[in-house]
Each structure stands twice: as C-alpha cells, then as structure tokens.
Design a binder for this molecule. Structure first.
Ligand code: NAD
Length: 390
C-alpha cells in the first residue's frame, strides 16, 4: 500500500502553486510511486491566495499563520515556498515539529542563514530537499552520465551563466527580491545559486573564486499588494532603493583542476532565461541552455572531417522524460522539473532511500557564495571553506 503523506505549502505564489500542482499530478504521472500525497494545508498571508488554495487547488484548509500549518498533526512534509527571509524560521519550526522539509532555493538569503537551516534540520534528524530543480532536467541527468562515464575525457573548463530578464524593466516593482532583509543577496542568491549547483553536480567541488558585482537599476517603483516579479509601476510612482546586486560574475578553480567562469544577471536585456552551461573536456564537450531545455549539444572529438556539435533531443530514453511525453523529441517543460524533484523527494521519504540535493548540497552552494562575497572586498581569489563544518 502507498504511504499517505500530508503536505503543507507555505506561500502560494509562483513556486507554491507549481509544487501544489505537482502534488495533484503525482498519481497520473507516476503510477508506480510508493506514496500518496494529500494537500492538507496552505499558509499564505494574502486572503485571495488562501481562497485559491481551497477552491482551485483542493487543499483541505488554508490559514494565515504558517506556524499553524507547520505544527498540524496531519502534516508529514512541509514545502517552504515563501520569500527567502521566511525560510529559516519556517524550516526551524518544521524541523522542531519533526516534519520532512522541502525548501525552495537558496534557503534564506545569506550563507549563514542556509547553514542555520541545515543545522536545525540535522539536529532534528528530518529529511530535507532543496529546489535546485534544473539538476533534474532529463538531459542534464544525461550530461551527468556522459561526464561520469568519461565520454568527455578530463574536464578542463566549465562555463556557467544565468542571465534572466525578470528585473530588466526599470519600471518593474521593488518586490522582496530587491530588498536585503527579505531576499538577502541579489543575483548571487537568486540565480547564480542555480549555476553553482549545476557546476557542483556536473564537475564537482569548487575550491577558489574571485568575482565582481554591480547594481544597474538602483531604484524601482514601490509595490502594492502581493506582487511577485510581474508588477509594473509608472514613472511618477514613489520609488525605493534596490538593496542588492543585479549582476555578479565569478572565475573559479575546481578541485579536479578545471577552470570555471560564471555570469549572472537579472537586468540584462536580451537573454530571457539563459540558464546555461558548457562543459569542455579533452575528448568532447556539452552545451545546455534552459531556453532550449529539450536539446543537448554534444561535440565528440574524432578524426572525421565532418565532426561538429550534434543535437540530442529530449525523449523517453532519458531519465523521467517518459512520465510526461512518450517517444522522441516530444518536449517537456519547466514545471515538469519540479514534478520530478517532488516525486523523487517523496519517494525517498516513503522508501527510506537517499535523496540529493538536500540542505547539505545547499550549504555547498553558499560556501562558494561566501568566498565570492569575500572576494568583492579583497578583490582577489578567496578559498572556498565548507560551511557545514564537516
Ligand atoms: N526553483 C526555482 O527555479 C525558483 C523559481 C522562483 C522562485 N524560487 C524560490 O521560491 C521562493 C518563492 O518565490 P516565488 O517567486 O514563488 O515568490 P512569490 O512572491 O511569487 O510568492 C511568495 C508567496 O509567499 C506569500 N507570503 C509572504 N509572506 C508570507 C507569510 N508570512 N506566510 C505565508 N505566506 C507568505 C506571498 O503572499 C506569496 O503568495 C523564493 O525563495 C525563491 O527563491 C525558486
């Protein structure tokens, strides 16, 4: 019999809705699962979202106070999908109540907050997951297999970037993402964290970094209501200061001797969601870009004069793809990655199996982030110190 798992979702914004939809899709996507999720309670401070939780998503109930949801006896697993600065208190309370916790990335907004959440969950002995969803893209999993099999030879260089346009409109509202005590750091916490997690997954530990940062839109119109990053102000609206970085770049050394270059921006004009990597090895290379997430470029070194990059299209021969679309080159989408990560976490809980990325991997990401932040001050290479203390 499948294990029943009661789910609480804290914050029904973009991510809260995506994960709630994923729960609803579990039975039809994964018939061989070992669990049955039930949307028990949603917490959100906005009444309109609480109404949607019950009416549109089918939660049994919705509450304004997230503590009530976290402590409920009929909840087994808590999804933390509220703005960054709520992550740590939510995780600490969930861990103290003995619940398994999935937290959206980056877990808090500053490295020490991620570490605090990791320590709380570790002390309570609860299962954890972090929402680095791009690691679950079927073609990224295939890239990992190719690299691990030695198909690329020795890895010599990694290029990672996450260039997004969500902040490129200067009339875009000053939402929580731009405020230090709500988001923590800017592009580094929000999107460079995805690039670092991908690099660590594919190539391994990063040991030394140096980087730059910049804020290109220093002021934005003040928001009204529960805006995420979709609202737009007018030139005459009152404005407030952007308190964290729009752009961050980084050079690094990997433990295996490879070099790396990284760029992240939320304000550049042009790349709409260019979460991309290139991995170069002595026998071949790979390139992937979220904007074309159903394509993986593969270059294999041969003596054939016709050699060049080939395109591998997504298909059901790659991990998880067949749950969404059969055959070859029938595309899957962004929300499917969250369904895969949610399925994998719940399956690990139900069967007692291993799960990664957990809060431990989130600490690996912020260990690199702290070295980068230190380099902004020192203007030189800084060592990456494992903040887990292990
Ligand atoms: N994995 C990804 O690719 C990805 C993408 C987007 C966002 N995120 C992460 O997800 C988290 C949420 O981002 P989002 O874009 O969904 O934000 P959002 O602004 O769309 O939604 C946040 C929700 O939290 C609610 N909220 C605010 N304060 C609350 C409180 N005290 N109690 C309960 N609910 C409260 C808001 O009303 C809103 O519904 C962030 O940590 C972000 O970094 C991850």
């Amino acid at each position: 019999m499948n294990k029943p798992l009661g789910v609480a979702v804290l914050g029904l914004g973009w991510m809260g809705q995506v994960h709630s939809r994923a729960m609803l899709r579990m039975p039809s996507l994964f018939p061989n699962r070992s669990f049955d999720p039930k949307l028990v309670v949603c917490a959100d401070t906005e009444e309109e979202r609480r109404t949607r939780a019950v009416n549109d998503f089918g939660f049994e109930r919705a509450v304004a106070d997230w503590r009530e949801a976290v402590e409920a006896d009929d909840v087994d697993v808590v999804w933390v999908t509220a703005p960054n600065m709520l992550h740590v208190p939510m995780i600490e309370a969930a861990a103290a109540a003995g619940k398994a916790v999935f937290s959206e990335k980056p877990i808090g907004g500053k490295p020490e907050q991620t570490v605090a959440a990791y320590n709380a969950a570790k002390a309570a002995g609860v299962r954890t997951a972090v929402g680095y969803n791009y690691l679950w893209a079927p073609l990224v999993l295939h890239a990992k297999e190719l690299i691990s099999s030695g198909a690329l030879g020795e890895i010599t260089h990694y290029r990672g970037r996450f260039l997004s346009m969500y902040g490129s409109d200067e009339m875009g509202l000053l939402t929580w993402r731009f405020i230090l005590d709500q988001a923590g750091y800017g592009a580094t916490s929000d999107i460079l964290s995805h690039s670092i997690s991908l690099a660590q997954f594919l190539v391994g530990d990063i040991t030394e970094v140096v980087g730059m940062k910049n804020t290109t839109i220093p002021q934005r119109p003040l928001p009204t209501g529960a805006a995420s990053h979709y609202g737009r102000g007018k030139p005459e609206d009152p404005k407030g200061d952007v308190e964290n970085e729009d752009f961050a770049s980084m050079l690094c050394w990997f433990k295996n001797g490879a070099t790396g270059t990284f760029e992240s921006s939320r304000t550049m004009v042009g790349p709409e969601s260019q979460n991309a990597f290139e991995v170069y090895g002595t026998k071949g290379s790979l390139a992937w870009n979220l904007e074309k997430m159903n394509e993986l470029q593969y270059y294999k070194l041969t003596e054939d004069p016709s050699s060049g990059y080939t395109t591998i299209y997504g298909g059901d021969r790659f991990p998880f793809h067949g749950a969404f679309a059969p055959g070859q080159a029938n595309s899957i989408g962004l929300e499917d990655l969250m369904a895969i990560e949610d399925y994998s976490f719940l399956e690990a809980i139900a069967t007692g199996g291993d799960f990664s990325p957990s809060f431990r991997e989130a600490v690996n990401v912020v260990s690199v982030q702290l070295a980068l932040i230190n380099s902004w001050e020192s203007r030189s290479f800084e060592p990456v110190v494992d903040l887990s203390g292990e």
